[in-house]
Design a protein around this ligand. Sequence first.
Ligand code: BGC
Length: 809
Amino acid sequence: MKSSIVGLAAVLQLAVHASAQDGQSSPSDLENYWSYGHSESVPDTPVAKGLGDWADAYNKARKLVSQMTDEEKNNITYGHASTTTGCSGVTGSVPRLDFPGICFQDAGNGVRGVDMVNSYPAGIHTGASWNRDLAHSRAEHMGAEFRRKGANVALGPVVGPAGRIASGGRNWEGFGSDPYLSGALAAESVRGLQQNVIACVKHLIGNEQETNRNSPYLLEGSHNQSISSNIDDKTIHELYLWGFQDVVRAGAGSVMCSYNRINNSYGCQNSKVMNGLLKGELGFQGFVVSDWTGQHTGIASANAGMDVAMPDSQYWENNTLAIATKNGSMPDFRLDDMATRIIASWYKYAEIPNPGHGIPVSLLEPHDLVDARDPKSKNVILQSAVEGHVLVKNTAGALPLQKPKFLSLFGYDAIPSALNTADDSSLGGWSMGLQNALTYPNGSAVNNETEKYMFLSSTDPSFRGPGVAFNGTLFAGGGSGASTPAYIDAPLHAFQRQAYDDDTYLAWDLISLEPHVNPASDACLVFINEASSEGWDRPYLADPSSDKLVRNVAAKCPNTIVVIHNAGLRLVDEWIENPNITAVLYAHVPGQDSGRALVEVMYGKQSPSGRLPYTVARKESDYKELLEPVIPSGTQNEYYPQDNFTEGVYIDYKAFIQNEIQPRFEFGYGLTYSNFSYLDLDASVHSNANLQYTAAGSGAKIVEGGSEALWDIVASVNCTIQNTGKVRAAEVAQLYVGIPGGPPKVLRGFEKRTIDSGKKEHIQFDLTRRDLSHWDVEKQAWGLQAGKYPIYVGKSVLDIQLHGMLDIS
Ligand code: BGC
């Protein structure tokens, strides 16, 4: 591997900054500090040229910025306290030139913390749908809601975390644990959102754990710096940057730099990541905004490529950038580029005259009701909720339900939470929805609880968030990815409606962990959840009390069906082989249409069509070192905690295959009510699949997303799938490839098709040069290698139906 050139100045600056700040550096800290590769310095920030369809926006932006004083340019680069809107953050404005500033608002699953909006299925739910079109329309409707509320930037989607740590607290905000799947769905989400607003793809990069994500600037009582995600160059390219590459190609208008350090340099001052990878190699045309209070240095963060500091800036206020430009400590083209990137994105996607007008400072004060909902979104919200359900067990024809005479319902997750705190009500006291808890009077109980947990986590670095929401159905996760439902259609509501139609008798006990079971029950449905929130990693992958409830019901009921609302992967080995448990559904995080969607699937109005976007192990230890976050131990590591990503690209299914561990349910797995067969594989290499390397700095044409040649189609795989079962259903055909020198199988294509019983469909997977290339560290380029590339098409990563080979020479 090429040794990285250490940017001595940047590193020393960071070291000095760190020691001045905590005053406790010792030789052993510094030894530890130097123990892993250090982030290379890339001093020159690429100036955005207005590539591709950005040309018009850049022409207009340059014109506007040329009329601004340096102080005005400086003023729009950081957040200001607003007395008129409750946006997550707002930039300064230039009233003289009619630039009203920019309102940033959370997040990727709906507009957070306001009234009159919808709660959409979360990222993981959308990932489980494996449906590009639906991801697009979900985002388009969501983006329209942001715009109607006056938000210019929607703070999503999430491609980092990439799902490296099984218990990671924010994995549910992203689309799953494979970069190809998550990149494809994130790109569609960006295209959808940007019909109306600027998307902000986060968090760049290596933001894989919540534990110790922040330095003592945020967490009182802890002295350590943020966790350093130490990632080698090949792994960055082939795994963690992959999704960012897809969204840049899709035209992303902004990207959020992360709280963590990357190879010991903070995400928001890491010149290799922002100048080098994002703006240089990927040709990013938008602006980079800090994660909230993620800025740790002044001019250096601007020179490293950060364009906007949020939600305020102790470093860039008082005209510091204007002064730095005048005295030569920052090149003036940098300040111009910062302002131009911001204004160009605004012109291109979100020129909104009255930013934040529908987002009141407090929902408790009188405010106009700005209804952001559009009846046209209803189908999309429901269908996105339906398609994220994954059926993993179905024996003895347990599902679909057919006009049962007597159904028994159990479990705390079947009903909505009693506290309507708008934000995070699904998580009750375990969420970080402080600001929203404060906006509703009946949220005060939540607020107390939240403070309790914040206190615990700030003093105990090993504290992990609670892993279950006992107080109601889990329709959203907690923290900034939470959304505010117009209503919660809980499972109990939806089953009541269906019972009315079918004349079913419903019996329920939704409180006891050891309920009585009426032996006349046709089926017993148990609703449990596995919760998760920003701010904490999860304490376990299966909550023991919920497991106990499932076992207790199954002991008394021979037809027990389990529904799990899971914000992250959830183990089931405590009971999955119990013959009385006849069906199991991962219902993920479905948003406000939870119950309605569940009935759609469980009663067979639609065949289940979700597939797992992660691997479910048999036991926690099967995830090996990828189970838990790194926890600062109180030793020297406490000051500069390190997480070496030594597994490279081998996370999730790639790790299971490499370690020869049989999972309980593999990546890509999911049942339907039908059957599909796969026929007629044909794999061919196109004549343009030469062995050239596409080095970023070697004259290759850079478009958004990187070197243009990376996007050539160089091979195609064709096959036919046939619905051989009795009902109309959707199949997700998956293409895996073995790239020489890499994991035996990596996902490189997926196609979801709904097909009538007996019918066939032809499927074509097109493979780009990037899809088949590896990242060559010596050449600093993507390239095809001569050799044989095994091809696998199937129903999951382990259920391969067709084998082929691509021969590249
Ligand atoms: C989160 C971001 C979020 C921001 C604004 C941060 O704590 O990490 O994802 O967008 O806050 O709320």
